[in-house]
Design a binder for this molecule. Structure first.
Ligand code: CP
Length: 290
């Protein structure tokens, strides 16, 4: 049984195998290769991209899909997280995809749940499939990881995307820098001035300010944030010719990214979303031993 809980536990070879499989799947191979399997998508925290791209991935593989509605479930009657997951396992399903606000929620499940668990995001810790789709996008763009420089800009402290990406990207030979407001910095990483990063990086990855994870309001206004750390078209014009823009989304237009930058030539944001379907197909196949 192959869970996908944290990318940090996968070797570089295992990561490359998933990416190569995702690229083959994007080219049209492997449709219906998990036909008849039943997968439940248990999202205990809101999601558009991860939830529905898992659903598209499952349907392309021929799986039957159960989409759990937390707001209309027995969670509302006090049923626990563990008992909810155990109930789905008892139905005889083949795998669960889980997102939770709780860091490392899977520690309550591993060893007790006997079907693959695919982590769709846990608290501020990990977002393995987001990082895999980011890696797929970078690999398709540059054909390598070694030596590439990326600046991840914004709310680093509360971002599971940043934490997962920095670990795996550094391991694959990339050089990662962080930038953005002091209040959201994570001091364990190397900081770079935003306007310097604009001119020096191969990849600028922007992050949304994750207000829902903060105890205090941001100390600056959205307008001020945009002026100091927002990717405007003026800044895009100062990026290297081959450099690209990424964002895990959802994005806030005219806060961390200007409206006209979202779909500009350098933006790979919708390519990332597209790739999400194929990396999720690849991790589902891996879970079933494919
Ligand atoms: N990038 C991402 O995880 O988006 P969702 O929260 O919409 O799934």
């Amino acid at each position: 049984m192959k869970h996908l809980l944290q990318l940090s536990t996968l070797t570089k070879e295992e990561i490359m195998n998933i990416l190569q499989d995702a690229i083959r799947l994007e080219q049209g191979e492997g449709l219906d290769s998990a036909k008849g399997k039943i997968v439940a998508n248990l999202f205990f925290e809101p999601s558009t991209r991860t939830q529905y791209s898992f659903q598209v991935a499952e349907e392309k593989l021929g799986c039957k899909v159960i989409s759990f509605n937390a707001a209309a479930s027995s969670l509302q009657k006090g049923e626990s997280f563990y008992d909810t997951v155990k109930t789905f396992e008892s139905f005889g399903i083949d795998a669960v995809v889980i997102r939770s606000r709780q860091d490392e929620y899977y520690k309550d499940l591993v060893g007790k749940i006997q079907i693959p668990i695919l982590n769709a995001g846990d608290g501020v810790k990990d977002h393995p499939t987001q990082s895999l789709l980011d890696l797929m996008t970078i690999y398709q763009e540059f054909g390598k990881f070694e030596g590439l420089k990326i600046a991840i800009v914004g709310d680093i402290k509360y971002s599971r995307v940043a934490h997962t990406n920095i670990e795996v990207m550094e391991r694959l030979g990339m050089k990662c820098y962080i930038s953005g407001p002091e209040e959201y910095r994570d001091e364990q990483y190397e900081y770079v001035n935003f306007d310097q990063a604009i001119e020096e990086m191969d990849i600028i990855m922007l992050l949304r300010v994750q207000h829902e994870r903060h105890e205090q309001e941001m100390s600056i206004s959205k307008e001020e944030y945009h002026k100091l750390y927002g990717l405007t078209m003026e800044r895009v014009h100062r990026m290297k010719e081959h450099a690209i823009i990424m964002h895990p989304a959802p994005f806030n237009r005219n806060v961390e990214i200007a409206d006209d930058v979202v779909e500009c030539d350098k933006s790979r944001i919708f390519k990332q979303i597209h790739n999400g379907v194929y990396v999720r197909m690849a991790v589902i196949r891996r879970a079933f031993g494919g």
